[in-house]
Write a protein that binds this ligand. Structure first.
Ligand SMILES: NC(=O)c1ccc[n+]([C@@H]2O[C@H](COP(=O)([O-])OP(=O)(O)OC[C@H]3O[C@@H](n4cnc5c(N)ncnc54)[C@H](OP(=O)(O)O)[C@@H]3O)[C@@H](O)[C@H]2O)c1
Length: 335
């Protein structure tokens, strides 16, 4: 099969489109013909080798998969799935880890996945939309609804909202009835977030986000008022301690990552004085992915697509992520 492959860690120059051995199905596996996959924030990190995870080499990037079943292992329960079914599997495999991180990714023509991971793509949802959902949107769904319990009328600040996770957090917060403030690094990106429903947009290249939130809602007060109720902060780094200064009394800081650094200085005074909560969220469960696909089928959320490109353009597309020139998801198609 054709696959985008890297044999050693480094820049996008390490990626090449090559012939790669077809995957072999175990008795409980399915083989899928990949129709589309998509890029995530972790793809440049896995390529560069900066995550601390052990990457098998040679490696194929990309964790999301939308495709069609072409083969089923001998012990897959008959009748449940059939050849040709359209599926968007949960990409985390027990004992193997995340697709595109510690097991071979989906920037290729065929993938192997345990049949228990298979999730049907609802009618009316395209493979391109389905491929953009699992990792970014599944993570956002769990963080905002299951863990964060966003409520109607709450004020929600999303830092670096232009990415895959962020554009979904924005849509979920708006669907729930929250007032949403977003930050981004360029005016053209913020314009797109306004089109998606952001109530307030802070251009971090021009404005300090702490001051901007104080200007909008006032400084947080010990006995209520001021600041925002929820901050979505997967950026970490120098944003962490500053964000605490615009979180309201009893506010919640939600995190699922640390793009700019995972050992940031903090300011514990704000956490105790304002009785703030820090809530972690990691990945998502299969039932959350099913609920997400239903939300897309019902038109309550629509994947935000930056670009749809052929396999050959994977290196250029990963470079765009590194250069922060993306709003939403880049989908890679294989047919
Ligand atoms: N725990 C989990 O299960 C899980 C799953 C998925 C993702 N994540 C994490 O969630 C985060 C977002 O993922 P994603 O796929 O949406 O990533 P992404 O598409 O790369 O988006 C991240 C956003 O952060 C901003 N950003 C990028 N580099 C930055 C830097 N050095 N300093 C400050 N801001 C920066 C960018 O916005 P601007 O350029 O506009 O500022 C970018 O749009 C990542 O940390 C990822 O590792 C965790």
């Amino acid at each position: 099969m054709r696959a985008v492959v890297f044999h050693e860690h480094g820049s996008v120059s390490k990626l090449a489109l090559e012939e790669f051995p077809d995957p072999v199905a175990g008795p409980m596996d399915a083989i899928l013909r990949v129709k589309a996959t998509s890029l995530n924030g972790f793809d440049p990190m896995i390529l560069a080798g900066t995550t601390g995870l052990k990457t098998p080499l040679p490696m194929i990037p990309c964790g999301d998969i939308a495709g069609e079943i072409t083969q089923l292992g001998a012990e897959v329960v008959s009748g449940e799935w059939k050849i040709g079914d359209r599926v968007c599997p949960h990409p985390f495999v027990l004992g193997e880890g995340m697709t595109g991180e510690t097991r071979l990714g989906a920037a290729c023509e065929l993938v192997r996945i345990p049949a228990r991971n298979l999730i049907r793509i609802p009618d009316g949802v395209s493979e391109i939309d389905a491929a953009s959902l699992p990792i970014a949107y599944g993570t956002a769904y769990r963080m905002m609804l299951t863990r964060g319990r966003i409520q109607p009328g709450e004020k929600v600040l999303i830092l670096g909202a232009t990415g895959g996770v962020g554009t979904c957090c924005l849509q979920i917060a708006k669907t729930t009835g929250a007032e949403v403030v977003v930050t981004g690094s360029a005016a053209w990106k913020l314009e797109k977030l306004r089109e998606l429903g952001a109530d307030h947009a802070i251009d971090e290249s021009k404005q300090d986000f702490v001051q901007a939130v104080h200007d909008l809602f006032g400084k947080p007060r010990l006995f209520g008022g001021g600041g925002v109720d929820v901050i979505v902060n997967y950026i970490g780094g120098e944003t962490w301690a500053r964000a605490l200064r615009c979180l309201a009394s009893h506010g919640r800081m939600l995190t699922c990552g640390a793009t700019a650094g995972f050992e940031p200085p903090t300011d514990i005074r704000y956490i105790w004085s304002f009785e703030q909560q820090v809530i972690g969220s990691n990945g998502w469960m299969p039932d959350e992915q099913v609920a997400l696909l239903e939300m897309v089928a019902e038109g309550r959320i629509r994947p935000v697509l930056h670009a749809v490109r052929p396999l050959e353009e994977t290196p250029r597309s990963i470079q765009e992520l590194i250069d922060r020139q993306v709003v939403g998801k880049t989908v890679i198609t294989t047919t």
